[in-house]
Write a protein that binds this ligand. Structure first.
Ligand SMILES: [Zn+2]
Length: 408
């Protein structure tokens, strides 16, 4: 059954450009975009009497968040502080609570509901170490997600390490129960594993050909700890590289405290960076050197990193992306902010052919943003959509659609 949504539509093309249809139309057939363009052309091509729904707002593709801890959603924005103390004092006790599947179920339901309300339709998330909580996240899933149970063997409370599935045989059995298109092997970060266990995980990932997600070089204190724990490695990135964990399907959160050899290594391996500007600000870490990332041509997408990030709103992430780099004198555009929160995210999580923008053949996953703005250009309008506090931005979308169906 074909349906046409009539509204202005803004569709990202690449990091420098987007296409705006002032009186636009999105033709949706069986959940998939059949046609996009100006209303007059789309209606002509559609043939006999399609159903038309007029939307009061501007349509953009649904957002993709490539690094989020769904088990930290309840405490987002509550705690801050230096990364390692923040983890030990606030985050790990919270994650330990996910041993309770009932709590996990309620939290997962709330997580997906809130993300859809904020316009996020897909992404990559870190679960707690618990197998059951991770399975709950899959069962409750709304939208398209890649999820991994964090693997933690050492330097953490037993309330977490006792549940971790880092033993290769145990992990393989668990992975066998999960659709690999939705699974990411997830070593939490180097300090929670040994060189031997990281190498074993690298072999599991190579056999499965699965996604890998982890954190890299987020803070100065973390970097110092990694130097002490892995004295043989030339740098932090080499710890993962020696274990075979850097592949084109690897997504590395943060990448702030990096030297040239490390950027070169990531580039050579084809790995992705998940750039989390709101989290970096909230935890008092430095700005991710976007200019270095660009110089090496490393692919990246934007992410909220809740609960390090204070909000799951990708509008808030885009706002801070623009402000933080502009404050440092690095040029960034609204076109790039939208692209890194949609199309680049879909590419990062292996969904380039099915999502991330509204071209024909892709899922009709979209968000309606308020049309009202005093701005004269579409760039000005989009930046107006990003203004305001995070709590407002979480509620700013006027609606979210998955496969052409209104869900929030
Ligand atoms: Zn994170």
């Amino acid at each position: 059954m074909k349906k046409i949504f009539r509204a202005p539509i803004l569709n990202p093309l690449d990091e420098n450009s987007w296409r705006f249809y002032r009186d636009g139309a999105l033709s949706v057939d069986d959940g998939v975009v059949a046609d996009i363009g100006e209303f007059s052309s789309v209606i002509e091509r559609a043939g006999s009497d399609p159903e038309v729904e007029v939307l009061d707002g501007v349509v953009v593709p649904g957002f993709v968040d490539v690094h989020v801890h769904w088990v930290q959603h309840r405490v987002r924005g509550i705690f801050a502080g230096e990364l390692l103390t923040w983890l030990q004092e606030h985050i790990w006790p919270e994650e330990a609570r996910y041993a309770d599947s009932e709590l996990a179920g309620a939290a997962a339901t709330q997580f997906y509901t809130d993300l859809l309300r904020a316009g996020t339709v897909a992404g990559m998330s870190y679960s707690s170490p618990h197998a059951e909580a991770t399975e709950v996240a899959f069962r409750c899933m709304r939208g398209d997600w890649v999820i991994g149970n964090v693997l933690m063997a050492v330097h953490a409370p037993r309330t977490l390490t006792d549940f971790s599935l880092h033993d290769p045989d145990t992990l393989r059995v668990f992975m066998g129960r999960i659709d690999q298109a939705h699974y990411a092997l997830t070593p939490r970060f180097a300090p929670n594993l040994t060189a031997e266990s990281l190498a074993a995980l690298g072999r599991v990932a190579a056999d499965a050909g699965c996604f890998i997600q982890t954190h890299l070089a987020e803070s100065v204190a973390e970097l110092q700890w990694v130097r002490e724990l892995f004295p043989d490695a030339a740098n932090y990135t080499e710890v993962y590289d020696r274990a075979g964990l850097l592949t084109p399907k690897t997504i590395l959160g943060h990448c702030i405290e990096m030297c040239d050899e490390e950027w070169q290594c990531i580039r050579d391996r084809g790995s992705w960076v998940a750039h989390c500007p709101t989290s970096n600000e909230a935890l008092g870490n430095r700005r991710m050197p976007l200019e270095r990332l660009r110089a090496y041509g490393i692919p990246f997408a934007l992410a909220s990193d809740i609960g390090g990030g204070p909000s799951h709103s990708m509008l808030h992430v885009m706002q801070r992306f623009l402000v933080s780099h502009r404050d440092a004198g690095v040029a960034v555009t609204p076109q790039e902010a939208l692209y890194r929160s949609t199309k680049a995210g879909a590419q990062c999580m292996g969904r380039a052919s099915v999502g991330g923008d509204l071209s024909a053949g892709k899922r009709a996953d979209f968000v309606l943003l308020p049309r009202k703005s005093a701005a004269e250009s579409i760039e000005g309008w989009f930046e107006d959509c990003l203004r305001g506090p995070a709590a407002d931005l979480e509620q700013r979308p006027q609606g979210t659609w998955l496969r052409g169906g209104h869900v929030a």
